[in-house]
Write a protein that binds this ligand. Sequence first.
Ligand SMILES: [Zn+2]
Length: 213
Amino acid sequence: MMKIHKIPNQIIKGRLTPLIPSKVIGLALHHMATNADIKTIERGHINQGWSAIGYNFWVAFDGTIYEGRGFNQGAGVDKQNSTVISIGFQGDYHSKPVSMPDEQFNAGIDIITYVKSKLPYIRKIGGHKDFMATACPGKYFPLDEMIGGKKRSVKMIYNYIDENTAKIADDCNECLQHLVDNGYLKGNEKGELNLTLEMIRIFLVHYRAGLYD
Ligand SMILES: [Zn+2]
């Protein structure tokens, strides 16, 4: 399930201008040109005199989605911020070849889907560069793949399988993969889930009952 997080101790100066949903026709994706975290990006924008972080939403490497200005007017695309909403992505996808982490990529698809559902007049989704002259979100940003909307299967290490419990049930891997792919379960930075046998059994029962569909 997608969860949108508040920026810890978010800074907003003055009052933001709400977007008029019927006027928002574009959605622009951005990179940061740096690996800086959300608070560092926010501080940079505040220090240049903006009232809040410029992006409407922001996606970290680990797939955490933050609400920036939300459905208030952003500052991502010069002179078009009443008609274009912006999603920022942690990282530098331009200066050297890098591949976006699967968690960040899949979260990108989730937040695009969510924003589209709230702003049904959006008819153009693209990189920042598709709205004005800029390199953003960078030549290594998986733009077409993300707009295509097909999620990647998140790789994980099946470390719950040990000598004694080599096989719990035929649909066990399928169940856990489904939970990972849909964000119900998240591994640590190594992709390890560290589940106990009891937890896996409960997940399986719920999975078969269709609770995670
Ligand atoms: Zn940009």
